[in-house]
Ligand binder design. Structure first.
Ligand code: BTN
Length: 269
């Protein structure tokens, strides 16, 4: 279902706010994250957002592409200039995932986070996050937070092979009435502004409980591929620094910093 994007109401809702107070909107662009990076390199301030109705070269993690049809979803990239140590920047993906989950849960309460950067409903991916950083030795220059949320996406919009893997939030709503994309962007930015402030002030540890409560992995047996190295075990939750804690079959605790996670026993929820 194609819907208009009510940019005017989003601008009104975000006027004067730190995140999303300034928005660049495109009918069509290669990638909102590429554009946001160009703007950040030219000095754009924290909070500038690039939003597009359609992306012709949407980027996902690990060099994958991100399906970005027109009139359906939210494609947003946000310039951040966090005053934090370089080594905690990867935790921003978790912070933004939590904020996106809070917004999605308002529409579909069953939404869960799959570490590190996916939102799932009944095992189908409804959102993904891509965090890209530029730094000068020792300090963060800027971070581009790219978020794609499948809102009014229908199975017909997806290639056959993705239909059982991805879905729009609309598919899980009673009556399947269209989701207002601009209103959703506003809710996401509101949650992100408050979670981001907590993160910069207190660190990820203060958000960990909220994150764990929405995690789809806790208690599940998983197989993690970290650049070719495999770890199999049961997820015990997130450590304070955002790494994934696994209990392996030989009783050891493993901490996963980055990797692709497969749930071994399928998705039960
Ligand atoms: C993933 O799950 O692999 C991450 C997907 C991130 C997609 C978003 S859509 C807005 C922004 N622009 C891009 O090109 N990618 C991100």
């Amino acid at each position: 279902m194609a819907t208009d994007f009510d940019l005017e109401s989003l601008l009104n809702a975000r006027r004067g706010q730190r995140l999303g107070g300034e928005i660049e909107w495109f009918e069509s662009i290669d990638s909102t994250s590429t554009r946001a990076r160009e703007l950040a390199r030219r000095g754009a301030g924290e909070g500038l957002c690039v939003i597009a109705d359609q992306q012709t070269a949407g980027r996902g993690r690990l060099g994958r592409s991100w399906a970005s049809p027109a009139g359906r979803n939210l494609y947003i990239s946000i310039v951040l200039r966090p005053a934090v140590a370089l080594e905690v920047v990867p935790q921003l993906t978790l912070v933004a995932g939590l904020s996106a989950a809070r917004a999605a849960t308002e529409l579909v309460p069953e939404t869960r986070i799959k570490w590190p950067n996916d939102l799932l409903v009944r095992g189908r991916k409804v959102a993904g996050l891509l965090t890209e950083m530029e730094a000068t030795p020792g300090s963060v220059d800027f971070v581009i937070l790219g978020i794609g949320v499948n809102l009014n996406l229908r199975p017909d919009d997806l290639p056959e092979e993705l239909r059982d893997k991805a879905a729009g939030l609309i598919s899980f709503r009673e009556g399947q009435s269209a989701i207002d994309r601009a209103a959703f962007a506003g809710r996401l930015l509101t949650h992100l502004q408050s979670d981001y402030d907590v993160f910069v002030r207190e660190g990820f540890a203060s958000l960990r409980e909220a994150w764990n409560a929405r995690s789809t992995l806790t208690g599940r047996r998983v197989d993690v591929d970290s650049s070719g190295q495999r770890t199999v075990g049961v997820v015990e939750g997130l450590a304070e620094d955002g790494t994934l804690r696994l209990r392996t079959d030989d009783g050891r605790e493993a901490r996963i910093v980055a990797g692709d996670v497969t749930i071994v026993d399928g998705y039960g929820r």
